[in-house]
Design a protein around this ligand. Structure first.
Ligand code: B12
Ligand code: SF4
Ligand code: SF4
Length: 410
């Protein structure tokens, strides 16, 4: 089979096809485009060539071989790395960055009896897919007004391309040790999206890496998911774990803490994000009650109510189940005694075995006679194997904790 390098070489030497758009000073046009960014609600624009991402492809093959994919990525590595497979005769890719908040204006307190979970910052405000698609739509309209014959294909997150690889090539920021694209002016609190075009815009220059000898993100990662600089084992990443739907191990449930969706640790510790909190996009401003919701009501929330409250945030994309499972985990990690009756309801009556098994874990962690009695009752009636095993483990953990506490108070 012909190698990709040969194909690329041939593309470069092939005679140019007739230009679809009228000739103009594309350097000047790019500057005009960048100057218009703010008026389109975009914080930064960069331009990348539409050449195949050959280095990325090698990297993605290795990533797959090592079993480090999350399963949320586009599966076809050729489509992920070759814009020509997504768009007829691509000429350039416009990368956009939109900055989001990193601080809640008036954060509600998480207190005993009223514990709260947290959605990661990428889920504050309106779903970023909606926000970026709107902005890409405005950008498309802006281009269409000025260039007859322009063709574009926009994507954000769910498209085939690697948004980060495009942003890196377009000079939006560098590809950092925590895997994020960090913009020198905006930090890593940015969503990115892109638009493949048939416009021969001159490409921008990638930015030099500024991580240097710093390793703060790698050191702070709770699960060791950053297995090397810029290398993530998705299966260990708390962000990924919060988005799964099955039963998690004791170790991972403890490490999830009170996170309901996503994880921001490797960005919070990053010195490049110091003092960076972006509040100028009205649609991306967080509602503190949704960013840090009370945990116990989430356990019994109905489908319609969940959709009404959380349907417009990106963290709800996997539906109610993972959020509820994570709320159960968080209550267990808080060792919140006031939640025992609601957790008992979940343990004995929820129709989903994963929720029952996770409630068992939480009750085992909270401990006390009420929790022990609920677990005994559940062990007699549970029919699902995975949930039964979780109940048995929880009973053992509860007894061991009680004995340890008794020994400590002696
Ligand atoms: C799958 C996915 C995940 C997975 C896997 C993440 C990962 N790091 O691979 C999970 C669920 C864990 C995840 C989590 C998060 N995600 Co996510 N995710 C994606 C998605 C859909 C694909 C990413 C992917 O293909 N990864 C595979 C890796 C190997 O490739 P890559 O990161 O795309 O590309 C880089 C590497 O290949 C590297 N590289 C290339 N060659 C080489 C060679 C060497 C030697 C090395 C070291 C590196 C290297 O450079 C490329 C450019 O940076 C993208 C959207 C998209 N379509 O691209 C969003 C995206 C990456 N996610 C995003 C966000 C915001 C997050 C979270 C912060 C959300 C949260 N708060 O929980 C976390 C951050 C976790 C982390 N440390 O990366 C943003 C990133 C914005 C930014 N500023 O960088 C994106 C771009 C979505 C968007 N459009 O805004 N995500
Ligand atoms: S998102 Fe959290 S778990 Fe994932 S790499 Fe960053 S710090 Fe580690
Ligand atoms: S914490 Fe340090 S090493 Fe990690 S991304 Fe930020 S600057 Fe780079």
């Amino acid at each position: 089979m012909e190698s990709e390098f040969v194909q690329q070489d041939r593309q470069e030497k092939a005679p140019a096809w007739p230009q679809e758009v009228p000739h103009r000073d594309w350097h000047a046009f790019k500057e005009e485009l960048k100057a218009a960014a703010m008026s389109l609600g975009i914080d930064d624009i960069g331009v990348a060539s539409a050449d195949p991402f050959l280095e990325l492809k090698e990297r993605l093959i290795r990533h797959r071989e090592l079993g480090r994919e999350s399963g949320f990525e586009e599966a076809d590595l050729d489509r992920r790395t070759n814009p020509a497979l997504l768009f007829d005769r691509p000429q350039s890719i416009i990368s956009i960055a939109v900055a989001y908040s990193s601080k809640l204006p008036d954060p509600p307190k998480s207190e005993p009896g009223a514990r709260r979970g947290i959605f990661s910052r990428a889920s504050w405000g309106v779903d970023y897919h909606t926000a970026l698609r709107e902005r890409l739509g405005r950008l498309e309209a802006w281009l269409k007004e000025r260039v007859p014959g322009v063709r574009v294909e926009s994507m954000v997150d769910t498209g085939a391309l690697s948004d980060r690889a495009v942003a890196e090539r377009a000079g939006i920021g560098w590809s950092a040790k925590n895997c994020s694209i960090i913009s020198p002016k905006l930090g890593s609190w940015i969503y990115i999206g892109e638009m493949i075009t048939n416009l021969p815009l001159p490409p921008d220059t990638p930015i030099a890496d500024k991580c240097g000898t710093c390793t703060k993100c790698i050191d702070a990662c709770p699960t060791g998911a950053l297995v090397g600089p810029g290398q993530l084992d998705s299966n260990k990443c708390v962000s990924f774990l919060t988005q799964t739907k099955g039963m998690l191990s004791d170790e991972y449930m403890r490490k999830i803490g009170n996170r309901l969706y996503g994880c921001d640790t490797c960005q919070i510790v990053c010195p490049e994000n110091r003092g960076k909190n972006w509040t100028h996009h009205a649609d991306l401003q967080p509602d503190p009650e949704l960013a840090k919701p009370l945990l116990t009501p989430l356990l019994t929330i109905g489908n319609r109510e969940f959709k009404e409250q959380f349907g417009h945030v990106s963290g709800a994309w996997r539906g109610k189940k993972p959020i509820q499972r994570n709320a159960v985990i968080a209550l267990g990690n808080f060792r919140e005694h006031s939640a025992v009756p609601t957790l008992t309801e979940v343990l004995l009556k929820d129709t989903r075995p994963v929720l029952r098994g996770t409630a068992a874990w939480a009750l085992g962690r909270i401990g006390g006679e009420e929790a022990a009695s609920a677990l005994r009752q559940a062990s007699e009636q549970e029919k699902d194997t995975e949930a039964s095993e979780a109940i048995a483990r929880a009973m053992t953990a509860l007894t061991a904790n009680a004995m340890k506490e008794a020994a400590d108070t002696r």
